[in-house]
Design a protein around this ligand. Structure first.
Ligand code: UDP
Ligand code: MG
Length: 334
């Protein structure tokens, strides 16, 4: 089972007291994609966790991200049974980051907690986040001390977080996903970020505010399998890099300069051969092939990287709505 410890939270000048926080509304934003087998247990454990802090009010915003299984029916039942549950039903699958965004847009709480619904983010840890918030933190991130995923996922995630940390122009904390508490002010600011290629942990990092962490051990998925196949993982990773770093563009420029310098040497060499050894210049085929292939490769690479930025610009300028909610299901409407 997960073990957690919270580091000391620095207390800022605008310190909130326990009393002031009492009676506050805490919103949970809960993305769901094909979680029919795990969602009931998740909700039970979440309720058990929040029952230890009865001094707050709660709302649970489940976002059904176009699930193909019976998740919606299960969520509907949860809403029928509990007036604090609201369900946003997406018209199709828009992806995890967009589902979180929709939930944030609808959350009305004084603090908003975003967490996965597969029990990999233990509900108990969200209570520690609330504690940190009452002590004055405005953003509380959950950092994974250990994780129980496949070796491949652990290795790629570990390297990626460190690469991103070095490349990105804002300080994106390592080993931190989207499990996090946002004070109302921070949540309002995050709502203003409307880009389509979304990497929410980067946006949060770029906002500033009084940020702190709680450490936790990430559990295995309670049911079902990961909804992040390699394809989605690569896309999210690319959004993280291109959204928060221009390092790839700078790399192209460097490769460009380098190949230019090499080309200049090649040209000098070719001209010198023509002038001083005209009888052997026909045998330049190898040289031409090497240069052609090299430049071709550099150009293709560059075009690819530039293309990925241009593609994102295209995505942004269309200004389409980020998501489409088919229906909002509340307690009284069934
Ligand atoms: N999810 C979603 N839309 C998607 C993929 C995932 O809403 O297109 C949800 C999923 O139900 C879960 C959370 O996002 O609550 C994290 O997904 P998952 O557990 O599959 O990712 P992993 O933990 O394997 O990185
Ligand atoms: Mg998961």
């Amino acid at each position: 089972m997960a073990e957690t410890i919270s580091p000391a939270v620095p207390v800022p000048s605008h310190q909130r007291t326990e009393e002031a926080a009492t009676g506050s509304l805490i919103s949970y934003v809960l993305p769901v994609y094909n979680e029919q087998d795990g969602i009931r247990r998740f909700h039970r454990e979440l309720i058990a966790a929040i029952d230890t802090r009865p001094d707050f009010d709660y709302e649970f915003i489940y976002v059904n991200d176009g699930s193909a299984d019976d998740s919606l029916a299960v969520l509907r039942k949860l809403a029928e049974a509990d007036p604090r549950v609201r369900v946003l039903d997406f018209a199709r699958n828009f992806g995890h980051q967009i589902a979180i965004t929709a939930g944030l847009d609808h959350a009305e709480g004084d603090a908003v907690i975003v967490m996965d619904t597969d029990l990999q983010d233990p509900p108990r840890v969200s209570i520690e986040m609330i504690d940190a918030w009452t002590r004055g933190a405005e953003i509380v991130s959950a950092r994974r001390r250990t994780r129980r995923d496949t070796r491949f996922k652990r290795l790629t995630a570990h390297s990626y977080y460190r690469l991103l940390h070095n490349l990105a122009e804002v300080d994106i904390p390592v080993d931190t996903g989207d499990f996090r508490l946002l004070d109302r002010r921070a949540a309002e600011e995050l709502r203003g970020f409307r880009e389509r290629s979304r990497f929410i942990r980067g946006m949060v990092a770029s906002m500033g505010f009084q940020q702190t962490e709680v450490l936790f051990d990430r559990d295995e998925r309670a049911a079902g399998e990961t909804k992040y196949p390699l394809r989605k993982m690569v896309r999210l990773a690319a959004d993280g890099v291109t959204g928060f770093s221009t390092a790839p563009l700078k790399l192209i420029t460097r490769i460009g300069f380098l190949s230019l310098a090499l080309a200049a040497l090649g040209i000098l060499y070719a001209v010198a051969m023509r002038v001083f050894l005209p009888q052997v210049t026909v045998s330049g085929w190898t040289m031409i092939m090497v240069v052609m292939l090299f430049l071709g490769g550099v150009q293709m690479l560059s075009l690819g990287v530039i293309g990925s930025y241009v593609g994102r610009i295209y995505d942004e300028v269309r200004q389409r709505p980020l998501y489409i909610v088919r229906k909002v299901i509340r307690h009284d409407q069934g």
